[in-house]
Design a protein around this ligand. Structure first.
Ligand SMILES: Cc1ncc(COP(=O)(O)O)c(C=O)c1O
Length: 368
């Protein structure tokens, strides 16, 4: 076979440890490894996509997204986040992932420091590295929340601070006070904040607060993916001060042209249509969170109850994690999310209560 050459950019980055879990385990395995809703996309959203196909809305759209969707996203920001955006400040992307990617590409120069929590969502370090930046983890406190003072210290001279609340993999929801302190300090230090709010609707006690309320230099990243159970449709967006958008568009138009036309019409129905399915999903996630949390704490695994997203980040030794996986309870070792939490595992409760109960029973059998 020929020996093919690859750029250092890709050689230096590892594959995500999570994707391979899509196929993990035998037929009897219970997969708590995957971070995607197990719900189906609501019918009215599917119907909007079918109508778009039937009406021939299948060509390229404007690079920044269809005007109706950019408008609907502004209305969503006003309604849900108390933020006033104009359509010129919105860029529709292929999922939140593309929004994160193009923000990093457009903002990070070689050697720039990019901060995010460790443990944190797997993409931040990889995307910062692709852009030539220096990824840098910020440790969490004992409750798995951001240590604001520690984060502030690291912000000195940094280029980007990525905030993710509700957080993957911890399920932590940051308080308004912490978010305000982090954003105000970052912007004061000329550090741009990228606020990844893809789990904003899945909060169970605290309220979600958007970072952009507290600073001018904030790029909000969001997506239809988790909120409307639309991960495969690949539609997300970012919102930013207006002068950023043409620069982001350069990356977006050459790499992507536009988000999928049909998915944009589906997202339009999602943002403008009936919001009750979101609340139903939130309530179901909360019930699952309670079930899983009670089950794990009964087994003697002690940790603060997570407040959002659909994850639990559970302190358990690596040997126990391996035994759980061997027993068909697929969970993700903490090492997949950075270097600071090898003795934790991420449990996703985006699966049925029945599966969660079966998983707890298997763990119980292991631990007795
Ligand atoms: C914190 C976080 N941000 C962004 C994404 C990407 O979402 P999308 O599917 O919209 O690209 C994910 C997906 O798992 C995530 O967990």
């Amino acid at each position: 076979m020929n020996e093919h050459r690859y750029a250092a950019r890709v050689r230096g980055v590892e594959m995500s440890g999570i994707r391979k879990l899509f196929e993990a385990g035998g037929p009897d395995a219970i997969n708590l490894g995957i971070g995607q809703p197990d719900f189906d996309t609501p019918d009215h959203i599917k119907m909007a996509a079918i109508t778009a196909i039937e009406e021939g809305k299948t060509g390229y759209t404007p690079n920044a997204g269809i005007p109706e969707l950019r408008e609907a996203i502004c209305e969503k920001f006003a309604r849900e986040n108390s933020l006033a955006y104009r359509p010129e400040q919105i860029l529709v992307t292929a999922g939140g992932s593309e929004a994160l990617h193009l923000a990093m590409e457009a903002l990070v120069d070689p050697g720039d420091r990019v901060l995010f929590t460790d443990p944190g969502f797997v993409s931040y370090a990889a995307l910062a590295a692709f852009a030539g930046g220096r990824p840098e983890g910020v440790p969490l406190d004992a409750t798995l929340h951001i240590d604001v003072e520690q984060a502030k210290e690291q912000m000195d001279g940094a280029r980007i601070f990525v905030l993710n609340s509700p957080a993957n993999p911890t399920g932590a929801v940051e308080s308004e006070e912490s978010i305000r302190a982090l954003v105000e300090y970052a912007n004061d230090q000329k550090v741009t904040v990228i606020s990844d709010e893809v789990y904003e609707h899945f909060v169970y006690e605290k309220e979600h607060v958007s970072a952009a309320r507290f600073g001018e230099d904030v790029i909000t990243v969001n997506a239809a993916s988790k909120t409307y159970a639309m991960t495969g449709w690949r539609v997300g967006y970012l919102a930013a001060p207006e002068d950023y958008i043409p620069e982001f568009l350069k990356v977006h138009q050459y790499a992507q042209a536009c988000a999928t036309s049909i998915s944009q019409y589906a997202a339009l129905a999602a943002y403008t249509g009936d919001q009750r399915p979101v609340e139903q999903m939130r309530q179901e996630y909360r019930a699952r969170r309670d079930l899983l949390y009670a089950g794990l704490t009964d087994l003697g695994l002690n940790f603060p109850r997570p407040e959002g997203a659909f994850y639990m980040f559970v302190p358990m030794g690596q040997a126990l994690i391996q035994r759980a996986v061997d027993a068909g309870v697929i969970i993700v070792p903490g090492g997949a999310f950075g270097s600071r939490a090898p003795d934790h595992a991420r449990f996703s409760y985006a699966t049925s209560r029945e599966n969660l109960s079966r998983a707890i029973a298997r763990l119980k059998a292991l631990m007795e």
